[in-house]
Design a binder for this molecule. Structure first.
Ligand code: GLU
Length: 278
């Protein structure tokens, strides 16, 4: 039995790109008589907005996408993130970092898949752990884990290569866990066997595969789907005028017809699918 999930962050209203991601996750599960879960990634204290959750649920119902079981909230799982953090600390793989974002930007010498790579400023110095972020010592972690593989259904077998990400943050100052740690732990806790998400997050799966090895978690398969893009090739964004699903819903548009159009690659005017790496 396969189990997929749609895992939106309630930082803004969903747009057509989210609708496409939800349709892919839902349909892959249904086509294989599997389950489709909904997980709300609501642990970013500075950006997450609880009032958007009912909008997300209503959007999915409007699209005709029914999820199985109860909605999962990351905010209910903080203890599991902290426990995994302690375990990685005990393995000597995390170090505290007090650098500000501006300091990281100023010191970074390389550009990684996620932006500027942290140059390791705090790795070998005494740092007050109080209120610090905790970064993974990537070189040490990669050495400990050894060679790892993972499989993307569209792109084929991959050799895990998390090193270009550098010492990413796993426990954050302003949020209990970073996306990488929380998503990896949750996919395991939720029994997700097929992780579906946009090809823009393809690289993150290298990091997640590493965390699975370090924390003895089961290894799913992945399906990184293409991204809906504007005519200029850029990802959809509400701030650039992509309509929110909630607005289309309130305007009386037919959500099921929209979901069918996305399934059949009949995209709204001006939009196309960038296959990315998938
Ligand atoms: N919360 C993430 C997002 O909205 C989900 C990424 C994932 O599916 O792993 O981009």
């Amino acid at each position: 039995m396969i189990r997929t999930r749609f895992a939106p962050s309630p930082n803004g209203l969903l747009h057509l790109g989210h609708a496409y991601a939800a349709v892919v996750a839902h349909d892959l599960a249904r086509a294989r008589e599997g389950e489709f879960l909904l997980r709300i990634e609501d642990i970013d204290g500075t950006r997450s907005r609880a009032e958007l959750v009912p909008e997300i649920l209503a959007d999915l119902e409007w699209l005709g996408l029914k999820w199985d079981g109860k909605v999962v909230f990351q905010s209910a799982r903080l203890a599991s993130y902290a426990a995994a953090g302690e375990r990685l600390k005990a393995m000597g793989l995390l170090y505290p970092c007090q650098c500000t974002r501006a300091e990281v930007l100023a010191a970074a010498q390389a550009e990684g898949p996620d932006g500027p790579v942290y140059p390791g400023t705090c790795r070998d110095r005494a740092v007050d752990p109080e209120g610090a972020a905790w970064r993974i010592d990537m070189a040490r972690a990669v050495e400990l884990a050894g060679q790892l593989e993972w499989v993307d259904e569209l792109a084929g077998p991959q050799r895990a290569d998390p090193a270009p990400f550098g010492d990413v943050v796993l426990l954050r100052k302003e949020a209990p866990a970073s996306y990488h740690l929380a998503a990896t732990l949750d996919d395991a806790a939720d029994g997700i066997t097929l992780v579906t998400r946009g090809a823009d997050l393809f690289g993150a799966s290298h990091v997640h595969r590493l965390l699975q090895a370090l924390l003895d978690l089961p290894v799913p398969r992945w399906h990184h789907h293409g991204l809906l893009v504007e005519a200029d090739g850029r990802k959809l964004a509400k701030r650039r005028g992509s309509p929110a699903l909630a607005d289309l819903r309130r305007a009386g548009e037919d959500g099921r017809a929209l979901a069918d159009a996305l399934r059949e690659a009949r995209f709204p005017a001006g939009l196309s699918l960038d296959p990315g790496l998938g």
